[in-house]
Structures are given as C-alpha cells and as structure tokens.
Design a protein around this ligand. Structure first.
Ligand code: MG
Length: 158
C-alpha cells in the first residue's frame, strides 16, 4: 500500500467557468489558471502521483506547455491513472476536501464523485469528495480563492 497527499489553490476571478471535480458549477466567478483550473482534480492528481513518488502535475503537465492551455483536467487525470496502471498500481480509494466559502457545493458532490470515478475507471464508492467552508477566515473565507486537499491510497500487485 502507498499513500499520497495533494494540495492546490486557485484564485476566483470574473469571466471564468467554475469547474470542480469535472463538473461545471453555476457561479458568478470561476477559477483562474492555465488549464480549466479544476483545483479538486489537481489536488487529486498530486495525491496519486505522490503516492507513487512520481513527482507532481507541474512536472507531468508544465504550464509553460501550450498543449495544456485550457486543458480539461479530467483528461490529465486519465493520463495520470493510466501512468499508475502502467507501473502496476491500482487505486484503492481517494478522499478529497474542497475549501470554499461559496458557492454551496453539497448539491454537486454526487456528480463530482461519479465523474471522477468514471474518469479513473473505479467505483464511485472508492471516491470521497467533501466540502467545507473556513468560517469566513483566510483567502477561502473571503472568496479570493478555492483550495482542495486530497489523499490517495494505491495498491501494488507484487
Ligand atoms: Mg492547480
């Protein structure tokens, strides 16, 4: 068994769609970034790569590379999971937490779990997504940005 942790932050800005866990969420702002800035999927990929000690998404998908401009992060997640499978790893489970003051994310969480599970080709039971506010404190509390944490457990067949 191998465990990994991922963390990511993106700034909330006008005129961008808000995409979390591969799901488009109606909101007045969206996350700024080179790709679609899906902070949840980014944290998750870093957790998966961390578990296998395979570096981080900055190394896998450099934001200096025009190929990843506006990239759908779930497509990058697909590549990461395939990279793990190629090295003999299987995903046991993942647990993710989104830190956001607004919008209310609870209604979208089942869809995010389903979407992530589909992309990773695992059961939704293996994918946990939670959301919390930080009680108005810090940059998530003021709505300047959204952060996400993820942990992942991998199994390696011997
Ligand atoms: Mg990111």
């Amino acid at each position: 068994m191998r465990i990994g942790h991922g963390y990511d932050v993106h700034r909330l800005v006008e005129d961008r769609p808000l995409i979390l866990g591969g799901v488009r969420i109606p909101y007045e702002k969206g996350l700024h970034g080179h790709s679609d800035a899906d902070v949840l999927v980014h944290a998750l990929m870093d957790a998966l790569l961390g578990a296998a000690a395979l570096g981080d998404i900055g190394q896998w998908f450099p934001d200096s590379d025009a190929r990843y401009s506006g990239a759908d992060s779930t497509e990058l997640l697909r590549i990461v999971v395939q990279g793990l499978r190629d090295r003999g790893y299987q995903v046991s489970n993942v647990d993710c937490t989104i830190l956001a003051q607004r919008p209310k994310l609870a209604p979208y969480i089942p869809k995010m779990r389903e979407r992530i599970a589909q992309v990773m080709d695992v059961s939704p039971e293996c994918i946990s997504v939670k959301a919390t506010t930080e009680e108005g404190l810090g940059f998530t509390g003021t709505g300047e940005g959204i952060a996400a944490h993820a942990v992942a457990l991998l199994l390696k067949a011997d």
